[in-house]
Design a protein around this ligand. Sequence first.
Ligand code: NCD
Length: 361
Amino acid sequence: MIELLELGWRGHRHLLSMDQFSRKDVEDILFFSRKLAPYSGEGAVFSYLMGRWLKPLFFETSTRTLDRHTSAIQTMGGGYNTPLNPENSTMNDKQEKEMDIVIDAAQSSDILAIRHPKSGSVSEFAKVIDNLKNNKARIISCGDGPNEHPTQTLLDFYTVMEGLGTLDSLIWLIVGDLEYGRTVHSLVKGITKFSNNMVVGFPVGGLQLPQQYRPDGYKEFDLAMLPKIIGNVDFNSKIVLYATRVQAEKIARKRDRLYDAYDKEAKQKIQSDIYQEFRYQITPGILDVAPHQTKLLHPLPRGDEISDEIFLSHDTKISPIKQMRYGIQVTMAYLALFSGLEERLHEPEKYLIKQPVRFKS
Ligand code: NCD
């Protein structure tokens, strides 16, 4: 018997932007992520995506986002094809066109997880795939240049729900590189789907949130004001303090057209100078005066904006390590949803082919 599954989820074949989701969509993704949580990272295997292949196409580097996709697809019973390594691919020595690499991947894989340094590029690839005959591949955007990184927002939201129990009536203090940080752009788009939130930006060194991403009522202050503002909000408020890395490589590219042609050492030097120029840190003093229901999030990678001491501390206000862990179940959920398996996600136990293994602690 041939099974008929929906291509994509709720009218969207691909996952490209936070714009495509309603509040209910986001809530449902988080709901199914929570259902899968007991199995994530626990050695469980489901039959949900058995026979399905994921192709990681990272035209730009990645650590966590790549790993959570390969872990998630395997936990769901599928497999993944060799992740693209641009330096080691036919793009490098045979000038193969990126588009052809994407089309090729769409022949051998069901889901393409794509990250690319150019804004809008992932949507362009999606249009190409849509025009192919008899092709069923779905694209998950893992970041398009400085534009958006929607799946990071989903796991950021999951972390906030776990920590504060709601995505309404929160104060969001967003710190760092608001201009080039794509996780911030998807985050603010996502926040506007919920009610009664206040979004305040603290850009470092003039890296302000571009106009097109600004939500209604958005305010921006000098970073020096952060301790005063966080120390003076109502002590019963729920706060998300969202710190971000300065996107040194993107700033360098903007400042110097030749940047990509430099050798590794020269690039690292340019980047360190930019990090120094825009250096900031979330100090213990800021966290001390913050209301008790404050959660510090960071999409990672981090520079000096969060010290090792704070990062590794067990203080309940510190969430970046939790964000990393939650990433897997959220990824499992949207991979299954975009594969047309929503109905089946209600009963994970039924589709479990290998029980989780837990260690005694
Ligand atoms: C981010 C990205 O790639 O946009 N990383 C991630 O996926 N968690 C953040 C960054 O690079 O600063």
